[in-house]
Every structure is written in structure tokens, then in C-alpha cells.
Write a protein that binds this ligand. Structure first.
Ligand code: PGA
Length: 258
């Protein structure tokens, strides 16, 4: 039985003042929910301000991306050294990075290794697009992403990761996967691939989230699935009441099923 992890991916939203206001709004409600790891992932520019607001709370902080080098002539990039004093988590391989900015499994693999070397916990995103889904390629695509992203990692390193299954056709569309469908991909393909690469214990230990149009109305459907350990929430994490409700319901559902 894993502690569920609910992360809010704010994407490219919220300037510093807006971020501060949003955190102030959701902080009391989030802080009081026990039994769930709660993570906010604002844009880089708001990390320092949000960090201060979260210091006296149980809420953790994550970044949305990272480069693998520690420092140097990489204009525009942010390194693990810069993040490790600010946050505990980092989202890597998000589908929007893959789609618009040329992110690849090989690059994600380098980023995961760099994050782990600096004690940042990677939230590694995988997921198939609509055409791949309709062509019955989900297992091949997602399994391939898992293999590519985890290449060269030890079982111990993999156990410390978070994987987020985010089918592209469900992200920002208001058309989520079904709980049963996401559970099957996570259990068979994601944990199945990790079981093949490592062992059953490692496959069971790694926490796997679902992401894609999660909201307060559907989160229970996902959290009641045995293979799903949490959610990566985009749009609904920008609304304080909705995000607090998602975290609250997640805690209740996992408590009831434990
Ligand atoms: P969504 O985004 O909840 O708005 O669908 C999820 C994500 O991209 O992480």
C-alpha cells in the first residue's frame, strides 16, 4: 500500500503574485489532509516565492523540467544544482515537452539520472497519443518509453521514482481515460515492463500516477484502482477549491480501500 501522491502541474501559468495568491488560497485546506503526499509544481519563476509559503506546511514543491548538466554555457536552461535547494520533485518528459520542444526518452533518461544524483525525485511522464491508442499501439509506445527513460538505472533508483501515465488524448481535453483503462495500462504495461527489466518487487514499489483531465468528480474513479497511486493534475490544480477537493477525495478513497 503506497502513500498516494497528488501533484499539481501548473504548466506555463501564474506570475509570481498570482502564484502566491493561489498558494495562500489552497494552503490551509491542503495542509490539513493526512495520508497523501501533496506537491505543487509552479513555473520556475515562482518556485522561490512558493517555497517560502510552503515551509511551515506538509506540502512539497516540484519543478516542471530541468537540464541534466550542473552548470555552464546552456543559455535558458535550469540545472539540478539550481533546483535542489528550492524543491524536492521535478517533472520530466511531460508530453508537452515531448510534443513542442523535442524532448526524447534519451534526454529524459539523462535528466532522471541527473535529478537522482542530486536527490530530486523525478516524476517521469509517459503516454500514447490518440492515433497510437486507436491503432492499438499503447503497449508498444508506453512500454518503449518506460524502457528508454529507465535505461541504465538500478532497481533501487527505479523504486524511488514516480511515473505518471498521461495519455495525450486525455490531457487538457476534458476526456479522461477510464479508471479501468488507466489501471490496465499501468498494471500491465508500466509495471509489467519494470517487472521484466528488474523484478516484481521493484514493479510494485514504484509509485505510478494517472494524469489527464483529472477533476474532483472523476478522481475517485482513478484512486480506487489498485495500480494507481495518485494523480498528476493540470487544469484543476489552478483552482484552489478543486485541487483541495481532489486531494481530500484521494485521501478518503485510499483510506477506505486500505
Ligand atoms: P490536465 O493536465 O489535468 O489539464 O489534463 C494534466 C497534465 O498535463 O499533467
Amino acid at each position: 500500500m503506497h502513500t498516494p501522491l497528488i501533484a499539481g502541474n501548473w504548466k506555463m501559468n501564474k506570475a509570481i503574485e498570482e502564484a502566491v495568491n493561489l498558494v495562500r488560497e489552497m494552503r490551509p485546506g491542503l495542509n490539513e489532509v493526512p495520508g497523501v503526499d501533496k506537491v505543487l509544481c509552479p513555473p520556475f519563476t515562482a518556485l522561490a516565492a512558493v517555497k517560502e509559503l510552503l515551509e511551515p506546511t506538509t506540502i512539497k514543491l516540484g519543478a516542471q523540467n530541468m537540464y541534466w548538466e550542473e552548470k555552464g554555457a546552456y543559455t535558458g536552461e535550469i540545472s539540478p544544482l539550481m533546483l535542489k535547494d528550492l524543491c524536492q520533485y521535478v517533472i520530466l518528459g511531460h508530453s508537452e515537452q515531448r510534443q513542442y520542444f523535442g524532448e526524447t526518452d534519451d534526454r529524459v533518461n539523462k535528466k532522471i539520472k541527473a535529478a537522482l544524483a542530486h536527490s530530486l525525485i523525478p516524476i517521469v511522464c509517459v503516454g500514447e497519443n490518440l492515433a497510437q491508442n486507436e491503432a492499438g499501439q499503447t503497449e508498444a509506445v508506453v512500454g518503449g518509453q518506460v524502457r528508454g527513460c529507465l535505461a541504465g538505472l538500478s532497481a533501487e533508483q527505479v523504486r524511488g521514482l514516480i511515473i505518471a501515465y498521461e495519455p495525450l488524448w486525455a490531457i487538457g481535453t476534458g476526456r479522461p481515460a477510464t479508471g479501468v483503462g488507466a489501471n490496465a495500462v499501468i498494471g500491465q504495461t508500466i509495471r509489467g515492463t519494470i517487472g521484466d527489466l528488474y523484478d516484481k518487487a521493484t514493479a510494485q514499489t514504484v509509485r505510478v500516477q494517472y494524469g489527464g483531465s483529472v477533476n474532483p468528480k472523476n478522481v475517485a474513479e482513478f484512486m480506487s484502482q489498485v495500480e494507481i497511486d495518485g494523480a498528476l493534475v493540470g487544469g484543476a490544480s489552478l483552482k484552489a477549491a478543486d485541487f483541495v477537493e481532489i486531494v481530500r477525495i484521494s485521501a478518503q478513497v485510499k483510506e477506505a480501500s486500505s
